[in-house]
Design a protein around this ligand. Structure first.
Ligand code: G3P
Length: 195
C-alpha cells in the first residue's frame, strides 16, 4: 500500500523535471515553451538547437519514465501498479509541479516507462516511430501512429499492461490536439532545424 503510493508520487515528481526547459537554458537556446511549437520536448529542442540538445532532452525524458518503473519493479511492485507508475511519470511530464504545470506531450517518457517491463514492446514502438518518421519526416505523425498501435502491441506482447497503455495513449493523443488540427489541414510542417 504505502510503498505503491510512494512510488506513484516519486514517479510524478521525477516526471515533473522539464528536461527540455533545463537543457535549453544550459545551451543558451530560446525557451521551448514559447518558441517553435511551444512544446517542451525533444522535437522542439531539435528545431531550436539541433541534434545534441535534442538527444540530451530525449535521453533525460526517457529516463524519467525508465527510472521510477525500473525502481518499482525491483521493489517487487506488481505489474498493474507498474503501469500506474508509468502513467504517473507521464502525468509529471505533462503537468510538471516545478514548471507551472506547463509540460509536454510525454512521448519520450512513455517510451522510457515501457522499457523495464516490456522491452520487446519498447523496441517495436521505436521501430514504428522510425518507419513513420522516415516516410513522413513529421515527428507528431510518427508519435500519433505509434501510440495508436501501442494498445494492440501491448495486448499481443504484455496483455497485463493493455489498460495502462491505453491510458497513456489517450493522454498523448489528447496532448497532440494542435498537431492533429494542423495535420488535418495540411499545416503541420516537416520537423527540421529552425535556427
Ligand atoms: O513528441 C512530441 C512530438 O510528437 C510533437 O512535437 O513540437 O512538433 O509539437 P511538436
Amino acid at each position: 500500500g504505502a510503498l505503491i503510493i510512494l512510488a506513484i508520487i516519486s514517479a510524478y515528481l521525477f516526471g515533473s523535471i522539464s528536461s527540455a526547459v533545463l537543457i535549453c537554458r544550459l545551451f543558451g537556446l530560446p525557451d521551448p515553451r514559447t518558441s517553435g511549437s511551444n512544446n517542451p520536448g525533444a522535437t522542439n529542442v531539435y528545431r531550436l538547437g539541433g541534434k545534441i540538445p535534442a538527444a540530451l532532452t530525449l535521453w533525460f525524458d526517457v529516463l524519467k519514465g525508465m527510472i521510477p518503473v525500473w525502481g518499482s519493479y525491483f521493489l517487487g511492485i506488481e505489474p498493474f501498479y507498474l503501469g500506474i507508475i508509468a502513467v504517473a511519470a507521464c502525468l509529471g511530464h505533462i503537468f510538471p509541479l516545478y514548471f507551472h504545470f506547463r509540460g509536454g506531450k510525454a512521448v519520450a517518457t512513455a517510451l522510457g516507462a515501457m522499457f523495464p517491463v516490456a522491452w520487446e514492446m519498447a523496441l517495436l514502438l521505436i521501430a514504428t516511430w522510425l518507419v513513420v518518421f522516415r516516410i513522413s519526416r513529421v515527428s507528431s505523425l510518427a508519435a500519433l501512429v505509434t501510440v495508436s498501435l501501442a494498445p494492440f502491441y501491448a495486448f499481443w506482447i504484455k496483455p497485463q499492461y493493455t489498460v495502462p497503455v491505453i491510458m497513456i495513449s489517450v493522454l498523448i493523443m489528447w496532448r497532440h490536439q494542435s498537431n492533429i488540427v494542423r495535420l488535418r489541414s495540411g499545416q503541420e510542417q516537416r520537423t527540421r532545424r529552425n535556427d
